[in-house]
Design a protein around this ligand. Structure first.
Ligand code: ZN
Length: 394
């Protein structure tokens, strides 16, 4: 068993220890010490990093026998004394999130009797899963309550008790371990059995911010940030808001309204553009019909409109066939080639069937109704119009 310095002194960043063993594993080395301040991954909290002598600690693992393995980039000599140093900013960050989690979970438990079913401490945010769907108002209340406990700077203590003693404590969760239990207590607020590292005083968490939540299957996954992460999260949001207010020339409180106005203006512009396209298409269709060649029993308007999108092709084709006796096949010049085919009400051609035949012959996708169809074909505009001349009106 490795003596865990962090169990009783979560603030220890430097320690002396004796190397018990050092075993090569690929290009890494697994080192066991008689005692350590390095926290191994467990209970939702990631491992500590830092140095052991001149070696870097890349990972820390716990085994079933209670031995902590330090994964290093260099070997250490068994029997020697070394000094270990943990990466304090990383550890403090983990302690702020983990202790913050105890307080936030206890707030939901005490205010609304909602239990926390799981905890995950990620690189940027931490999450808890709550056992039912909670409302935004409940989340706001729990956040307020959790921060009240932090600002009261309540002491957080750690002690070891027997299973028997633990059964008399108001534990928030049934302990998963048996035997001697490590109890983490936020004074007059929360009692939990936990092996993680915690700040000794709630004020060190700084603040808890709920960053978001999603409801799923009768539960809620809540994302939160504490301490330095709360500060960074605020800064990131501030930068986004500043950029938005500059781009829109409005105050932060006016951003939402300004975006709404831009969206409705864009929709109005879209409608206006459509009206103009239709007017232009009507004029253009008249000219095109005037010079349209005869294809069997109908007259055909077959052309390519370079650089124009499928919407314009449709508008122009439907303007052409608004008079009796016409078929329009109009392509763009993108890849695949957009194609629209339409016919006047009195013409017998099945545009949908023609498009199916064109895709079978030329490759691509498309389909539609008997009066109009569209697609994207794998042939050049010239090849498509040649195919149209050969197959329409015969
Ligand atoms: Zn914990």
């Amino acid at each position: 068993m490795t003596t865990r310095i962090y169990f009783t002194d979560a603030l220890a960043t430097e320690f002396d220890a004796t190397v018990v063993s050092s075993v090569a594993a690929g290009d890494r080395f697994r080192v066991v010490l008689d005692r350590t301040a390095f926290y191994p991954t467990s209970g939702g909290q990631p491992f500590d990093t830092g140095t052991l002598g001149a070696a870097r600690v890349l990972e820390v693992e716990d085994d079933d026998a209670g031995v902590i393995h330090h994964v290093l980039n260099a070997p250490l000599e068994p029997g020697t004394r070394i000094t270990g140093r943990i990466d304090w900013p990383r550890r403090l960050d983990h302690m702020q999130q983990h202790t913050g989690q105890h307080i936030l979970s206890a707030a939901f438990d005490r205010l609304f009797q909602v239990r926390t079913t799981s905890f995950h401490l990620g690189a940027d945010v931490a999450t808890i899963d709550l056992a039912r769907e909670v409302t935004p108002a409940e989340i706001a209340q729990a956040q307020t309550e959790a921060n009240r406990i932090i600002w009261e700077a309540r002491p957080i203590t750690v002690r070891f008790v027997s299973e028997d003693e633990a059964s008399k404590l108001p534990l928030r969760k049934e302990p998963v371990k048996t035997g001697l239990l490590r109890i983490v207590e936020v004074t007059d607020f929360d009692v939990s059995a936990c092996g993680g590292t915690h700040v000794p005083q709630a004020g060190m968490i700084g603040a808890i911010l709920v960053a978001g939540w999603e409801r799923f299957k009768g539960a809620t996954r809540l994302t939160f940030v504490c301490g330095g992460r709360a500060l960074r999260s605020h800064d990131a949001l501030r930068d986004v808001v500043v950029a938005a207010t500059r781009a829109l020339s409005v105050l932060p409180s006016e951003v939402e309204g300004a975006i709404g106005r831009l969206q409705s203006e864009a929709r109005e512009k879209e409608r206006e553009l459509r009206r103009i396209q239709e007017a232009v298409a009507t004029l253009r269709a008249g000219v095109l019909r005037h010079s349209a060649p005869t294809l069997g029993r109908v007259r055909g308007v077959l052309l390519t409109e370079p650089g124009l999108d499928a919407t314009w092709l449709k508008v122009l084709a439907s303007a052409v066939v608004s008079e009796p006796g016409f078929v329009a096949v109009i392509t763009g010049d993108a890849k695949p080639t957009p194609v629209v085919v339409a016919r006047s009400a009195d013409v017998a051609l099945d545009a949908g069937a023609w498009m199916k035949r064109a895709t079978a012959e030329l490759g691509g996708r498309g389909g539609g109704r008997p009066e109009a169809a569209q697609g994207g074909l794998d042939a050049s505009p010239a090849r498509i119009l040649e195919f149209a001349r050969a197959t329409i009106g015969g």
